[in-house]
Ligand binder design. Structure first.
Ligand code: SF4
Length: 355
């Protein structure tokens, strides 16, 4: 699995705490130079067993098709060339509307077969409050452009649990999104206060727990009604459209990440680039057997597949496992243990008890 981080954005969203810089020609040139050099110098590294490619950010759609071509050439030179089983690009709706079908078609001709669109909301007031670049109408227009270009694997991101987001507006967003575009995949995240975000500095107070829980439960019910499988705490897919790349993270498959701020993992060691556009360096952490066990439990129990029962029986205290099973917080069946959907919302507490 290969991850390319694009730490460039046209503007900053109020809730975002990711490392990113304002995209300008100078920044982009420096970024591309450093990135392609880094990729070429990694020739011979092991990208793991899954052959997926994921451009995340930041905002990868600030790059032009020619920029993607240049990065793909570097990947090819390093021995990581396509075709890829899954090739995802995260895009901002405003970039899709502004650049139009020619841009989408150019990316598809390079092999992109999955677009992940940062819709976040279909309420103009909420989108303005988030400082997103698009409004609801342009969010939907982006999805219809992608569909008209023949994109058959669309993912849309949404955010809930915002103080000021009513249940009615939330439900309306989910329904309009599905009825307008029927995306194959939906990721929905509860808003959290990120360190360094504008929200944190504005002394925003997080929405009450009951409101977040209510909106999450409503989302789960709607997704079920529309035929989506709830396969990870924050992720829903139509049959056959689980995200392969992200599923690799949850099962701790090795991967290589390139670009300032990107992480890599080889099964026993994790390393990452410092957060700079260019001139970044690597830092590294050896994962101890104990931490490796904890990571495995934390990641696998986020998914509807859960974890091998035999592993959890070895790794966790039997009395705690038995109690969580008896309380319905865990289900053990067919050699696996998982958190049922009606306990996903409190999965952090369940996992904390186990580890
Ligand atoms: S949420 Fe995405 S688009 Fe917004 S500032 Fe963060 S990385 Fe950029």
């Amino acid at each position: 699995m290969i991850y390319i981080h694009v730490p460039l954005c046209r503007s900053f969203c109020t809730y975002c705490g990711f490392y990113s810089e304002i995209a300008g020609d100078g920044c982009k040139a420096r970024y591309l130079e450093a990135l392609t050099a880094e990729i070429r110098s990694s020739k011979g590294a092991d990208p793991g067993p899954f052959h997926t490619l994921y451009f995340g950010g930041g905002t990868p759609s600030v790059l032009e098709a020619e920029d993607f071509r240049r990065i793909l050439r570097a990947l090819e030179d390093a021995g990581f060339g396509g075709p890829y089983a899954e090739f995802t690009v995260e895009v901002n709706p405003e970039d899709i509307v502004t650049k139009g079908p020619a841009y989408v078609e150019a990316l598809m001709s390079l092999g992109v077969n999955r677009f992940s669109v940062g819709i976040q909301s279909l309420d103009d007031g909420i989108l303005r409050w988030m400082n997103r670049r698009h409004d609801a109408e342009r969010g939907l227009r982006a999805l219809s452009i992608l569909r008209a270009c023949g994109v058959r694997n669309l993912s849309a991101d949404l955010i809930f649990g915002i103080a000021g987001l009513s249940d009615a507006v939330w439900e309306n967003t989910v329904r309009r999104l599905v009825e307008a575009a029927h995306p194959e995949h939906i990721s929905a995240y509860q808003l959290s206060l990120e360190e360094g975000s504008a929200l944190e500095e504005s002394h925003y107070r997080e929405a009450p727990e009951e409101l977040c829980r209510g909106q999450y439960d409503r989302l789960c019910a709607l997704m079920r009604q529309y035929g989506y499988e709830h396969y990870e705490i924050s992720n829903f897919a139509l049959p056959g459209f689980r995200a392969r790349h992200n599923s690799g993270y949850w099962t701790r498959i090795p991967y290589l990440g390139f670009g300032g701020g990107a992480h890599s993992f080889d099964g026993g060691k994790r390393w990452w680039n410092t957060c700079r556009l260019s001139g970044y360096h690597r830092e590294c952490e050896i994962i101890s057997p104990e931490n490796s066990k904890i990571e495995r439990i934390m990641l696998s129990l986020r998914t509807s597949d859960g974890e091998e029962a035999a592993f959890l029986h070895r790794a966790c205290r039997e009395d705690i496992l038995a109690r969580l099973v008896s309380e319905g917080a865990l289900i053990e069946e067919r050699g696996r243990i998982r958190i049922p959907e009606d306990h996903f919302f409190v999965s952090d507490e369940i996992i904390k008890e186990l580890v």
